[in-house]
Each structure stands twice: as structure tokens, then as C-alpha cells.
Design a protein around this ligand. Structure first.
Ligand code: KE4
Length: 448
């Protein structure tokens, strides 16, 4: 077996056969007649990386197939939910059974109590919670509760963090806004944006200074306790602790937006790893197992201000939908099996280490990786970013070349240099082996 270096020297540099994308191209052209950008969520449009978005037809385990029949090792995993692999038989069976009893009742069900109790048993900070149909609804509701509970209006967020398309949080946000270079959305009244204070992620002094100046007006701080929407950026030592301390000192609420990290980085989210207990937590993605689901919750005294108990109104026709709850419960049962996160974490970490080795052996020194649990960051930069500015310095063009080289070899990374990637437990074995082989060829292809 040739070494990596020999493999790369002998790498067959013939152009990788351009994939057949005729059906995706036709569907994309057709979709743009009725759907803005041809997609129902901007990041799917490949605007940042260029080329034709792949229209998926089906997915199973670690793989997805597009409309032209091309198979991909999928590192988007529906942007996090597919942590047990696509179309897991236990999840599908649970959905089929629930659906056979009716899709939605607009009335409470036992399963909603079961999933709320399950979540509370893993995230004790969520003493009470309410289910929603998306992460955006969860964060929108959480900041409304913070404002209603404290009677204050200002919310602190951090540049590069994305908390869904909530009007007042679409200010210097990450994910698709960052991808398209418009971190603050049009359509958000200036008066809304004025209630949002944007600070630098990991800037402990900046947080302290802000609270010293505005403490009495701050209802809450919302943070991605591990950021995944400006690529993967972890908190530096003391950052989350400083947020906790400042909120306590000034009577503000600390909101951990764990929509992405909840049951993705570990069985108790970032709060279980960091030991920092938020007042409110938002969840999504994994807890729905791929079906529309979110949740917000936290301190009982805070959540008792939510209607019908208290004056903060929040509602939803499909909140706690029985089919979505069934998918979520089935998924959560699988991730809570002994050893699940240990296996997912070590698989992800070794994949990252191997990609870094392959890059450096191919002569690509401006590349590094990081991971936590089943989420990862690929950076075309020499060092792992700890700030939004660090991320902004990464070589986006080289990422885009790498993205397409891998896509053409059947590996589907997030179509943006500003997104984290996701691994499922089904990636073990052949999917990862295919990924590493594609990476050897791709780094050889894009070598400068
Ligand atoms: P949804 O409304 O998309 O379910 O959740 C919004 C949200 C809230 N908080 C965090 C930390 C999130 O990451 C998200 C959504 N994440 C993006 C991925 N970067 C979803 C992908 C998309 O927008 O299409």
C-alpha cells in the first residue's frame, strides 16, 4: 500500500470525471420559477461555493443520493438532525406507527410529556419547557420570555452566531447571512436592531464592559455555547463562566442556544461539558430526528411566566406534533445508548486528524481541523479560529475548490466555509474510508 506521499505523487491528476448533474440542473432552473433562489433555505443554494445545488432524492445511513443518482457521503446530515444516520429503521418505524394514529390533533398527548421528561432528565437546567416546530421559534420564544420575565428589552448576541431568522437576532449573524456577506438582514426595523447589542465571541473584557455600561437594561444574553454558524468556534476558557457571572451580577438571563449542540456534542450538550448552567436553553435538530421540532425551557420560575400560566404569550398549531415527537424520541433513545457519544466523538476526532495529515502531506499547510462530539470544523488557515475575525481570515476560495473536488468524488461537505460539518454514527467504516481517499485526491487536485 503506497504511503500517502507516494499516493499523492502518483495521484492520477486526470480531471475527475465531471458528475452528471442534468436532473439537478433542470430541477434548479424549474425551482427558481416559484421559490426564491430555488431553495427553501438560502444556504442550500450553493451561492457561496458556486455550481449547481444537488437536489436530493433519498438518503440512508451516512449516504445521500441526488436526482441524477450520484451517491454522497453526507456531512450535512440535514444540518445536524441525522445523527443516527438517515432513515434509521427504528426512527422510521416510530414515525410510521405514530402517523398511522393521526398526524396532528391540536390537543396534548402523552408522548409530549415523555419527551419533555426525557430532555429534563438529560438537561436538568430545563426544569420546564415547551416544544416548538423549529429552532427559530425556540430562540424567538426564549428571548421573549427573557424580556417578559425581566421587564427589560436589550439582548446581547455575538457576531457570527446565528439563532434562526428571528428579526431582532438577524444582526451580524452567522450561517447563511455570513455566507452571503450580509450579516444583517434587510426588513428588520432599526428599532428592533437597536434592542440588540452585538459583542465579539470570546471577548470576556467586552462582555464585562457592556454589562458595566448597560447592565440594568439587559434582559438576556443568547449565545451558541459552542458556535457552529461561523464554522466551528469553541469558547475559550472562562468565556461561558464570565457570561454566567455577569448575568448573575446584573439580573439578566443566560440563554444557551443549543439547537445545534444539543445531543450533538454529548448526552448533556455543552452545558453538561462546561458545567455552566444557563437560565434558558433552546433546542432543535436532533430532538426532532429530522422532523420539524424545537424546544425552549429552563428555570421553573422563569417558565411560569409563559401563557397560559403567565403573561408571555407563545403558541403553535403543530407544537409537540405527535409524528415529530415520535421521531425525536426514537432518535434520543438511540443516542442515549451506552457508548454512543464516545464512539461518535472518537470517530469524528480521528477523521479530522487524518484529514489534517493528508492535507499537510499534500503540501497544503494552510489547513487545520477541530471537532467536538459529532460536529467538526475544516479551516483553510494555519490555526484554529477563536474569534469571528479569525474565521474571516480563512482562505474561502481554497475551501470552495476543496468543496467541489470532494463533491465530485462523492463527498458532500457543507456548501459554505462558514458552517460546521456533522458526522453520524453510520459514518463508521466505508463512508469514512471513501472520505479519506477523496481527500487525498482532492488535496492533490487543488495543490497550489
Ligand atoms: P431552525 O429554525 O433552522 O430549525 O433553527 C435555527 C437555528 C437556531 N440556532 C442555531 C444555533 C442554529 O444552528 C440554527 C439553524 N442552523 C442552520 C445551520 N447553520 C440551519 C440550516 C439552514 O438555515 O438551512
Amino acid at each position: 500500500m503506497p504511503s500517502n506521499r507516494e499516493f499523492i505523487r502518483n495521484a492520477d491528476r486526470k480531471a475527475v470525471m465531471q458528475q452528471i448533474t442534468k436532473k439537478s440542473e433542470a430541477l434548479f432552473a424549474q425551482a427558481q420559477q416559484t421559490i426564491p433562489g430555488g431553495v427553501n433555505s438560502p444556504v442550500r443554494a450553493f451561492r457561496s461555493v458556486g455550481g449547481t445545488p444537488r437536489f436530493f432524492a433519498k438518503a440512508k445511513g451516512a449516504y445521500g443520493w441526488d436526482a441524477d443518482g450520484n451517491r454522497y457521503v453526507d456531512y450535512i446530515c440535514s444540518w445536524g438532525p441525522a445523527i443516527v444516520g438517515h432513515a434509521h429503521p427504528e426512527v422510521i418505524a416510530a414515525v410510521q406507527e405514530a402517523a398511522a394514529h393521526g398526524l396532528s390533533f391540536g390537543a396534548p398527548t402523552a408522548a409530549e410529556v415523555e419527551i419533555a421528561e426525557w430532555i429534563r432528565s438529560h438537561l436538568p437546567s430545563m426544569e420546564m419547557m415547551r416544544l416548538t416546530s423549529s429552532g427559530t421559534e425556540a430562540t424567538m420564544s426564549a428571548i421573549r420570555v427573557a424580556r417578559g420575565f425581566t421587564g427589560r428589552s436589550k439582548i446581547i448576541k455575538f457576531e457570527g452566531c446565528y439563532h434562526g431568522h428571528v428579526d431582532s437576532l438577524l444582526v451580524k449573524a452567522g450561517s447563511g447571512l455570513l455566507t452571503f456577506g450580509n450579516p444583517t438582514s434587510a426588513g428588520v426595523p432599526k428599532s428592533f436592531a437597536e434592542e440588540t447589542i452585538v459583542l465579539d465571541y470570546n471577548d470576556i473584557d467586552g462582555v464585562k464592559k457592556c454589562f458595566n455600561e448597560h447592565g440594568a437594561a439587559i434582559a438576556g444574553v443568547i449565545v451558541e455555547p459552542v458556535a457552529g454558524n461561523m464554522n466551528l468556534v469553541k469558547p475559550i476558557k472562562g468565556f461561558l463562566e464570565a457570561l454566567r457571572q455577569q448575568c448573575d451580577a446584573h439580573g439578566a438571563l443566560l440563554i444557551f442556544d443549543e439547537v445545534m449542540t444539543g445531543f450533538r456534542v454529548g448526552p448533556q450538550g455543552v452545558q453538561g461539558i462546561s458545567g455552566v448552567r444557563p437560565d434558558l436553553t433552546t433546542l432543535g435538530k436532533v430532538i426532532g430526528g429530522g422532523m420539524p421540532m424545537g424546544a425552549f425551557g429552563g428555570r421553573k420560575d422563569v417558565m411560569q411566566c409563559v401563557a397560559p400560566l403567565g403573561p408571555v404569550y407563545q403558541a403553535g398549531t403543530l407544537s409537540g406534533n405527535p409524528v415529530a415527537v415520535a421521531a425525536g424520541l426514537a432518535t434520543l433513545r438511540i443516542v442515549s445508548a451506552p457508548g454512543f457519544f464516545e464512539k461518535l466523538t472518537s470517530m469524528t476526532a480521528s477523521l479530522m486528524q487524518d484529514l489534517q495529515t493528508i492535507a499537510h502531506e499534500s503540501g497544503e499547510e494552510n489547513f487545520c481541523t477541530d471537532s467536538i462530539g459529532g460536529m467538526f470544523g475544516l479551516y483553510f488557515s494555519k490555526t484554529i479560529p477563536i474569534t469571528f475575525d479569525d474565521v474571516s481570515q480563512s482562505d474561502r476560495d481554497q475551501f470552495n475548490r476543496f468543496f467541489h473536488a470532494m463533491l465530485n468524488r462523492g463527498v458532500y461537505l457543507a456548501p459554505s466555509a462558514f458552517e460546521a460539518g456533522f458526522v453520524s454514527i453510520a459514518h463508521a467504516g466505508d463512508p469514512i474510508d471513501q472520505t479519506l481517499q477523496a481527500a487525498r485526491e482532492s488535496f492533490a487536485e487543488i495543490a497550489r
